[in-house]
Design a protein around this ligand. Structure first.
Ligand SMILES: [Zn+2]
Length: 99
C-alpha cells in the first residue's frame, strides 16, 4: 500500500514545510505529545509534526497551524499503523478512543 504520493513526499522536503515546522515546534512543544500526553524531555529531538487531516485528504491545509500536532516519533509510528486511523476525529483532532 502506498502511504504518500510523490508530491507529498516532495512537500516534506520543501523549504516552506521546514520553515512552518520551525515556527510551530516552539509553540506546540510546551503542550507535550498529542498522543501519549507526556511532556517532552528538555533535550528531546525525536519529535514529529503530524498533520491531523492527512495531506492526501486535504492538501489545502498542509500549512494550517490548526491542522498539525506534535508527537513523539514512536507515538507517530504507533498512530500511523493503527487500523482505525482513518476514523473521523473529534474536536481535539484526536480519534474518540485516543484518550
Ligand atoms: Zn508520545
Amino acid at each position: 500500500m502506498k502511504y504518500r504520493g510523490d508530491h507529498t513526499q516532495k512537500f516534506y522536503q520543501s523549504r516552506e514545510w521546514r520553515a512552518f515546522r520551525a515556527r510551530m515546534l516552539p509553540r506546540l512543544r510546551p503542550h507535550g505529545c498529542a498522543y501519549c500526553r507526556r511532556p517532552f524531555e528538555p533535550g528531546e529531538r525525536h519529535l514529529q509534526l503530524d498533520h491531523i487531516q492527512p495531506l492526501k485528504e486535504n492538501w489545502a491545509r498542509r500549512l494550517d497551524p490548526s491542522n498539525v500536532r506534535l508527537l513523539h516519533i514512536g507515538c507517530h509510528t504507533e498512530r500511523t499503523h493503527r487500523p482505525d486511523r482513518r476514523r473521523p476525529v473529534n474536536n481535539d483532532g484526536l480519534p474518540d478512543d485516543w484518550v
